[in-house]
Design a protein around this ligand. Sequence first.
Ligand code: HDE
Length: 714
Amino acid sequence: MRLRKTAAKNPPTSLKSESLEAFRMHPEGQRLTTDQGIPISETDNSLKAGVRGPTLLEDFHFREKMMRFDHERIPERVVHARGTGAHGYFQVYKSLEKYTQARFLTDPSLRTPVFVRFSTVGGSRGSADTVRDVRGFATKFYTPEGNFDLVGNNMPVFFIQDGIKFPDFVHSVKPEPHNEIPQASSAHDSLWDFVSLVPETAHMVMWLMSDRAIPRSLRMMEGFGVHTFRLVNAEGKATLVKFHWKPLLGMHALVWDEAQKLSGKDPDFHRRDLWEAIEAGNFPEFELGLQLIPEEDVLKYGFDLLDATKVLPEEQVPVQRVGKLTLDRNPDNFFAETEQVAFCVANVVPGIDFTNDPLMQARLFSYLDTQLTRLGGPNFAEIPINRPLAPVHNHQQDGFMRQAIPTSRANYHPNSLGGGCPFLANPKEAFNHLQERVDGRKIRARSESFNDHFSQATMFFKSLTQPEQEHLIAALEFEVSKVERAEIRERVVNQILVNIDMGIATRVARAVGVAPPKPVKPPKAGKKVKNTVESSPALSMDNTVKDSIKTRKVAALVAEGFAGKELAHVRKRLESEGAIVEVVGPSLSPVKGDDGDTVVPLKTYLTASSVMYDAVYVPGGARSVEMLKKVPLAVDFVREAFVHCKPLALSGEAGTLLDTAGVAQLAPAPPAKGVDAALGVVRSVKTETKGFSQLFVSAIAAHRHWAREAPPPA
Ligand code: HDE
């Protein structure tokens, strides 16, 4: 897909976009100048004393150009450094005034502009997109009452319960301090050392080892506010709330081997996917979901809703879908927007409030604090992407990079010199902190209600389908095998995994060279919090929607002599269903089909790879197939697509490529007549057989065909 120019395609439509226009630089038809606006006619040679002489200090253009270059970098985010952003809007379906006074949730006619930044957590700015990690999902709503930031993740729980442990946790997962290895990976001693010593990590570690940690696309993953928040209505009545984002394309994952290969083949895989989808007008959509819980039910579900290591199963409190987020515009400039955007959990509007979750409380401090350093001073709310659409007036002043020019002589409150302005807002419209009764002893301790660390880890595992469970165990085996210290591997098995599931512990123990674990004593009565449900089907990605192939990428592998009519037919069908078909050939020169027509490949066997696609199709044509068999990279295409359980469509002679790829013995027998699609391998006896395209469409919609995977060891 070669696409460019979001700006031309999607002209500014939102108020936020209009507000950014004042800051956009449009170089078209403009002459080159210095930062002072002085016209420059030569920028390739410095000013010298003679053409072979020394450069002169007087050369202000050279000095300015070099000074600006020398200072282009700012500190990357201490976590979530790698990210990608998009503009869009949010619209609520119907008024939620019963629960909240927040305008963007009560006025269905309002399209609230948003900026979203997706991220990985552990890697640095240049790290690969498809690593095993949590994904950040941060949304800034530019509401009429000021900015609301929902700074969430794609997993509903977290590693720790109290924010004071965040520096410890992050130090352990980041590259190790002595050699800065490994980059963007949790498969190393210090993380698993921490995990083995801190049982509250158990539940989140199960999520991290699951397929949720390797999403197929940022457009195909859920988002969660994680903490329990509060909605507050105009009467001051509060309701506890859990925020969710539900992707309309469903949730889908990569395969771990594929994710690792993609890190090399296309480290920008997720960033590119998001960018291209928006450029092509395939705007990502997520529904906002709310779980609403009466205040008095905070301890009703067998755990404490203030504990961020727990999920509230959807089967117990259903997620109500209340509105939709649409991402419809790529940023104009990565640095100015995606890098400089500053989210903060403390940015709430009237109608939304916090709770005493000790993880959330720590975050209320951390974001502003880190941004002070990252963005070079206290005025970062004035950077265009961070400016609210709501007017800003206060007595805050000065500091590095101040942009606004206060015009009043009064810079204090109360004042008479400025006529008392800015005047205090009407309390009915202002943000009022919920008057929650708080009393207690000053104490550095954790609530008893936070004690159970394993029940929900077990519930999560039980909620997965068998293939998902196998992936999770394989991920644990992979990660813990990479731990060099035997005592850490031993502790992971005997302190953590045995408490989650003996089956997992036994399998991982064997894989990582630890003696088979002994069954654990059941916890003392009263200590273990009872799960109110044993499993939650909503937690399985396999239960997601699988009814569409919209935006799925399909590679059509061709060589000279391919079945031309068939390719045209299949392509048309897939494209009519919203898929993207890319022809991959021996070179970028036209390739002739058996009908004399030519296609021009967009990629070659050298530049593309099966891991970049959702499905692979090889049209028939004896000559083409024979040529493909002689090219190892083309054969790899078929082999990898098969191993990664992707839909494969091989028509006529192309079916024999499975033999060449060495996977025929794992595939179902070829059809004796007509077409067949067992295990997601669509094959036909002849080319263009009726029903071939339809079966392929269904196989792609199913996403992956796990039944092809080798069975677990006995
Ligand atoms: Fe963050 N987190 N976090 N975090 N977080 C940051 O803020 C922090 C946590 C999340 O795209 C930092 O501006 C603490 C949970 C996202 O710009 C920093 C704790 C969740 C992003 C910070 C947490 C998140 C961040 C780094 C434990 C999901 C990226 C740069 C108490 C609900 C936002 C920055 C973006 C970024 C602190 C835990 C989500 C250091 C102290 C839980 C999506 O302030």
